[in-house]
Design a binder for this molecule. Sequence first.
Ligand code: FE
Ligand code: FE
Ligand code: ZN
Length: 168
Amino acid sequence: MATKKEKLSRLQDLYVHELKDIYSAEKQITKALPKMIKGASSPELKKSFENHLQETERQINRLEEIFQRLDETSRGPKCQGMEGLLKEGGDFLKEDATPEVLDAGIIVGAQKVEHYEIAAYGSLCTFAETLGFDEDLELLKQSIEEEKMADEKLTELAEAGVNEESVS
Ligand code: FE
Ligand code: FE
Ligand code: ZN
């Protein structure tokens, strides 16, 4: 592609590259979650998105702390993976669906987002560990735990009725 590229020669370069990617992803998520809160019908689903929006703000703060420590800017290319996932989820919100089916579909989209984040933070944890960045690792572990909990909560909501309500 035509975008100017810096040479990545050390694991730390890849670490920074991936930090910028998840930073962009988290930023995009803070803009998408309010739409998902609005689109969801189940009060519990709304609540879990509201909670995850607050967590996402904290995850962004953690990443900013890491960039500061590395003396790196958070600016980088837009995460295209998240852009695609959120576009797909946003399009689904516009479907003519019953509230129950819409909720079940919103959960599918949200879980795809969580899995992207879990993959990203998982790799970042491994890199931080390898590089001996212990303080970073602590912060990244907190974020990956929140993503895993968010994913589990969505599974719970799907199993505990949101899906069942859409069967009949
Ligand atoms: Fe996140
Ligand atoms: Fe990405
Ligand atoms: Zn998340």
